[in-house]
Design a protein around this ligand. Sequence first.
Ligand code: BDR
Ligand code: CA
Length: 322
Amino acid sequence: MERLIPKIILDTDPGGDDIFALLWLLSLVKQGVAKLVAVTTAEGNVSARQTFAAASKILKLGGLDEIEIGRAVAVNHATTNAAHIHGSDGMGNLSQTLPEGDRSFELANDSDQVLIDALTTQPGEITILAIAPFTNLAAAETRSPGILQRAKEIVLMGGAFGCAGNVTAHAEFNVAYHPEAAQVVLNSRSDIVMVPLDVTRSLIFTEAMAQTIRQANPDSAIAQFIDALCSFMISTALTYRETQGDRGFLIHDAATVGYLFYPETFLWRRATVQIETQGLWTRGQTLIDNRHGAKAEANAWIATQVDAPNFFTSLIEDFKRL
Ligand code: BDR
Ligand code: CA
């Protein structure tokens, strides 16, 4: 039987955890079980130029420099980035240690155009893993209504349902950065897959895991970079108490890759998700309509649990093959 190889677009704002998601995908591409169609960069953790530069450097490091990278659609309202968590370059201040990517930000296509082109020419074939504020996806849908319906599947890291947010008391970063965009995406189809903070808070990547990956290939530049990025991410996670003092960092975005390739590690519920775009204290909050009958109009699948040990076993084995 012919095995179907998922075709993926990664919408990302590197970001330390974004880089782990991208490297995991690169390993799966090298193993011949995934095809990375494009990387669409977004504004979020750091600026548009920085997320573009970071994606360029990681693709070069991973030896997949031919993959298209889109540049972020601008967000037209005041925002606060997460450079205090990810470094001013979005790569743990390690960008100087990697060779320059050979890409021109000025000449790159806009990320929404890259999405529109790919979904138009390959309808029903592409899975979008969206691990950044949802500006690019919303821009594509606004410019070309119905285009997101042409994706095979859309998997988001975002939202906080039963736990506190990570940028405000109620909101998670990817939704909080641009709530209107999140709302457009949630309204675009009835089967959006969401991995929220409630679940990613149990995905703590540790120094010991980085060591295991490094020991498998001690001379590899990728393994050395992973180790250094892990140390940086742990230092900021400890400063901002993201892991309640555990020596590790939350690898949120990699959860989307874990779901796609190791779906048995997650449990799900069907839900009707709404985004608060107005509230003074609650802007960016994700809400589930739990009324009886609401499931009839459900728009999403929400991850409720992850089997963290099995998730990390799969991740580490794949990282050893980078
Ligand atoms: C999300 O926010 C960003 O800082 C991370 O990269 C992740 O996508 C977690 O809330
Ligand atoms: Ca991200």
